[in-house]
Design a binder for this molecule. Structure first.
Ligand code: PLP
Length: 461
């Protein structure tokens, strides 16, 4: 089973006889001409294969651990009988992505009213939606309660009390998981760690029994379903996850002694992907298989019923599907040997390099074989920050006018993008089977001023 998160390029990426990059059967040079640049290209088949890898891994883990019946999921159901894949929408969400989630039978993890609204508008079944966030507003909680049986992943006692009050007023009962801070750190950048003991996310491990007691005191409004933990993002290592499995199984045992059954066990997302040739992420299939096998064994060894297992991959589903196509502008060469090539996008459409020194890989979309001849080329963005550098020493001899493809930009590019310097966001096209469809239209100059208001007193001269 191939796992797209180990590849730099989308699964359909090929090189034409003219040395052009093709994705989904389409020439990216033609896509750039048709839709303009910068352009986000999303490959549907990469998403499909990533979902299959995760789902098949879950089922294999159940089988391996001797719990085959629970692991056997129907094709297209989005879940093994004892497990579900929730796509973490924060990685990339829009209406078309919501339809893909629905079509592939995935669940969805949302972190804001905007993501929830988008999901519901796209027709995602509320029953499969999980609402996260460390500071959910009343309005977000209300929307979740009114939408139907959305599960709220509660981040602390304060939120629980508010949810109780809101549910009581709206005469609803909230299904909840508690987000546990397990005190486990993954091997990743500080800004994307979330599992450490002093994290802003979740309820400290030692406080969870009391938190659950509080839930039980709210029988009219709160239905406690289980435990959630997410340790961080872009992790390459299985060890921290296996520690979490044991920590949560111990916690489930403690809750069982209090008479409380853990029906759902959500191990979060965070699996890394390959951004450069040097990256060796754990394959998505292996990650899902090892986690499901470990969870089944951890619960069996404590004589606990295995809860329904949830995984929340975002980056490893959508990251490898995305490629950004930029047009190279002016170049500058210095006596020191430094050579800058300016692209027509940058930190507003991909803030990751400036935010946490994220690395990427580039090729020239119309001369794919041109690599390694000029490793002093630094690809810089067009924004007014010296830190707007997309790739240092990109290793490709880019000339003005070339189209530059940057790989693995499907996750946390559009979703973290901005209108910095009053530039519009790029368009995004979904490609499959030699067809390209616009799923996000390019923002226009009119879009940029559509929220602006001018006070009357500034218009009277
Ligand atoms: N689940 C939770 C609670 C998260 O906070 C995140 C990311 O921050 C994810 C899942 C998805 O992580 P990733 O995209 O790295 O798989």
């Amino acid at each position: 089973m191939s796992s797209p998160n180990t590849r730099l390029m989308p699964v359909t990426a090929t090189i034409s006889s003219e040395d052009h990059l093709l994705i989904g059967g389409l020439d990216t040079v033609e896509l750039a001409e048709r839709f303009g640049t910068p352009l986000w290209v999303m490959d549907y088949q990469t998403i499909v294969q990533a979902v299959s890898a995760c789902r098949d891994g879950l089922a294999a883990g159940f089988l391996e651990a001797g719990n085959g019946s629970r692991g056997a999921g129907g094709a297209g159901s989005g879940s093994a009988a004892g497990a579900s894949v929730l796509y973490a929408g924060k990685a990339f969400t829009c209406l078309a992505m919501g339809r893909i989630v629905r079509r592939l039978g995935l669940g969805l993890d949302v972190v804001s009213e905007g993501e929830l609204f988008t999901a519901l508008r796209a027709g995602v079944d509320p029953e499969t939606i999980f609402l996260h966030g460390n500071n959910k507003s009343d309005s977000e909680l209300e929307r979740a309660l009114l939408a139907g049986p959305v599960t709220v992943v509660v981040d602390g006692v304060g939120e629980l009390e508010r949810l109780d009050r809101l549910a009581s007023r709206l005469e609803r009962k909230a299904r909840i998981l508690v987000r546990v801070t397990p005190g486990v750190e993954p091997d990743t950048h500080d800004h994307i760690k979330t599992g450490q003991a002093d994290s802003k996310f979740g309820v400290p491990l030692a406080d969870v029994p009391n938190f659950v007691r509080r839930c039980l005191s709210m029988p009219e409004t709160i239905a406690f379903r289980g435990l959630h933990a997410h340790i961080g993002s872009q992790s390459h290592d299985i060890e921290p996850y296996l520690r979490i499995v044991d920590i949560l199984a111990d916690l489930a045992l403690r809750l069982k002694e209090m008479g409380v059954e853990v029906e759902m066990l959500d191990l979060g997302g965070g699996l890394g992907i390959a951004y450069t040739e040097k990256d060796r992420p754990l394959p998505l299939y292996t990650w899902a298989r090892e986690l499901s096998a470990a969870a089944v064994m951890a619960f069996a060894s404590r004589k606990l019923t295995m809860p329904h297992l949830l995984l929340e991959p975002g980056r490893s589903i959508i990251g490898p599907a995305g490629v950004t196509i930029y047009r190279a502008g002016d170049t500058k060469e210095f006596l020191s040997g430094v050579r800058y090539v300016s692209l027509d996008g940058g930190m507003a459409d991909n803030p990751r390099p400036a935010t946490y020194n994220a690395l990427y890989t580039a090729r020239i979309a119309s001369r794919m074989s041109a690599i390694g001849t000029d490793d002093v080329t630094t690809l810089v963005g067009r924004y007014c920050e010296s830190g707007d550098i997309i790739i240092k020493d990109a290793g490709i001899p880019v000339r003005t006018g070339d189209l530059v493809a940057i790989f693995a930009t499907g996750a946390y590019n559009y979703s973290m993008s901005s209108n910095y310097n009053r530039t519009g966001r790029p368009a995004c096209v979904l490609v499959d089977d030699s067809k390209a469809e616009l799923i996000l239209r390019r923002e226009t100059l009119e879009d940029l001023i559509c929220q602006d208001r001018v006070p009357d007193w500034l218009t009277d001269d």
